[in-house]
Design a protein around this ligand. Structure first.
Ligand code: ADP
Length: 348
């Protein structure tokens, strides 16, 4: 084969968008493109003369042998160097062509979706089983004419139904926030919204002997999605009350600020003097269904989805959320939302 022919073949292989490797039928490497070097994790400067130099995964070497023997193309999926690869091996006249596609991201998303269905079903099972058991107990109590136990069972039945409703509600909220395309902003007075949402939690805070306070300007005009902003503030304040201790405080501050580039932003800060979060747990609290203390969360009606919903809602609005916490001392959540969108509001 002429040098020109070899160089043209190398150019051709390099021009393929997927990872591509071309081998002679006696296992010599004829060409390999940059994408294949990356996907196969071949270190720079490594020896690359034969098939076994570049195709280090045993299944790949086996597939190349099978395709060469049988002449039939073959597709296989392998996990290699922390990546999931889909590999197609076929004969090109008397040479073997190996095409490689990176499926790591698709695999990750698929896995997340599968985990979500498993976790959601598991979470739904608890209140559903509770309702079934209580309904049976109720029919026995009614049949045996024990009116004093009826009230208790009806109350527990109501609690389980409320838990189920909260879970379904949160699941739907999360799905809506995750799957929504471009958001439609509307003018929202954030100061009024924060005061209203906090006021709705005063009774609950009173019951738990927690003092709630709000600091906000008279009015903060913001272009956002009212329902989503309510969910953000409500979930953060609810958690700050739930994971607090009697006599503790929750302070909510709304401020107009500037980001590092001097662009206007609004900050919503929720500070509590509660139990705090272990630094080792912090990176996980925004995950769906993740709870630091599952028993406490369930006992207080938590679904494990609150912070995941908050993060999605904040990110949909182009913002960010940060948490700072000290165990046994308290937690501060800071939401930053870019406010510049308001400037392009038609009525401005
Ligand atoms: P949940 O429904 O369990 O409250 P979230 O997603 O809202 O679910 O929160 C996840 C976990 O993070 C909670 O179970 C709790 O362990 C922890 N957490 C959230 N907010 C606070 C807070 N303000 N103080 C201490 N722990 C918190």
């Amino acid at each position: 084969m002429s040098a020109r022919h070899r160089s043209r073949r190398r150019e051709l292989v390099e021009s393929i968008a997927q990872g591509a490797v071309l081998l002679s039928d006696d296992g010599q490497l004829l060409a390999i493109n940059t994408a294949a070097r990356e996907l196969l994790a071949i270190p720079p400067g490594a020896r690359t003369r034969t098939a076994t130099d570049v195709l280090t995964h045993p299944a790949l070497i086996g597939a190349v042998g099978d395709v060469r023997d049988a002449g039939e193309p073959m597709t296989l999926v392998i996990d290699h160097a922390e990546a999931r690869l889909r590999v197609n091996v076929s004969m090109l006249r008397d040479e073997v062509l190996v095409l490689i596609v990176d499926r790591t991201e698709e695999h990750r998303v698929e896995q997340l979706r599968r985990d979500f269905v498993v976790n959601a079903s598991h979470e739904l099972k608890t209140p559903v089983t509770g309702i079934q058991t209580l309904a049976e107990a109720l029919s026995v109590v009614v049949a045996q004419d024990e009116p004093e136990r009826v009230a208790e069972l009806v109350e527990r039945l109501g609690d389980e139904a409320a838990r189920l409703a909260a879970l379904v509600h949160d699941l739907l909220d999360l799905r809506r926030l995750e799957e929504r395309g471009p958001i439609e902003r509307e003018p929202v007075d954030l100061a009024e919204l924060v005061r209203r949402v906090v006021a709705a939690q005063v009774n609950r805070a009173d019951e738990l002997a927690i003092e709630l306070s709000v600091e906000a300007p008279v009015e903060v005009e913001f272009a956002g999605v009212e329902g989503d902003l309510e969910v953000v503030v409500r979930n953060l304040v609810r958690n700050a009350i739930t994971y607090n201790r009697p006599g503790g405080t929750v302070h909510v501050a709304l401020r107009e600020a500037q980001d590092e580039e001097g662009e206007p932003e609004v900050e919503i800060v929720v500070v509590d003097t509660g139990m705090g979060i272990d630094p080792a747990e912090l990176p996980r609290i925004f995950e769906r269904f993740y709870r630091v203390d599952p028993a406490r969360s369930r006992h207080t009606g938590g679904t494990g989805l609150g912070l995941s919903i908050v993060r999605h809602a904040v990110e949909n609005l182009g913002g960010s959320i940060e948490v700072d916490s000290r165990l046994d001392d308290g937690t501060t959540f800071t939401v930053r939302l870019p406010a510049s969108a308001y400037r392009s509001w038609p009525s401005q």
